[in-house]
Design a protein around this ligand. Structure first.
Ligand code: THU
Length: 149
């Protein structure tokens, strides 16, 4: 399931999702695509707000949808891409986007609920370079639902 084809499919889905980024303030579009155990893919894009601090990242938007589907325990991997938008609103650039600290914590909620070290693929808005991480590398010694037991 976690092969190069899956990676390419998730990154492509994240790039599609980024087209719907609502990011008029940062002009930085991000898309995320979450792979579930049954192969389904759930996407999200960043969702900014005129009250800037209320803005939501793409990964958080996608995982909130997964949670509302009752599928938080089924998260296997997540693909994230992003880049500065051009004048037409399309995200551009080759530099991989890695989840922010808050999103790492949000991904950890799914990881611990599902007892799975979630794979995180990070790409730019364009180009072929995609980085591979495990959540445990991005957020070692995480605090999570297990600590509340
Ligand atoms: N952003 C994400 O959507 N995910 C991340 O992991 C990093 C940052 C968004 C938040 C904001 O809308 C824009 O990128 C610039 O920070």
């Amino acid at each position: 399931m976690l092969n190069d084809d899956t990676r390419d499919k998730l990154i492509a889905a994240a790039r599609d999702a980024a087209r719907n980024a609502h990011a008029p303030y940062s002009r930085f579009g991000v898309g995320a695509a979450v792979l579930l155990t049954d192969g389904n893919v759930v996407t999200g894009a960043n969702f900014e707000n005129a009250s800037y601090g209320l803005s939501l990242c793409a990964e958080t938007v996608a995982l909130a949808t997964v949670s509302s589907m009752g599928r938080l325990a089924d998260v296997v991997a997540i693909g994230v891409i992003g880049g500065a938008m051009d004048v037409t609103g399309i995200a551009r650039g080759l530099t991989p986007v890695r989840p922010c600290g808050r999103c790492r914590q949000v991904i950890n909620e799914a990881a611990q609920i599902g007892d799975r070290d979630v794979v995180v693929w990070c790409g730019g808005a364009e180009g072929d370079a995609v980085e591979h991480y495990l959540l445990s590398e991005l957020l070692p010694h995480a605090f999570g639902p297990r600590d509340l037991q």
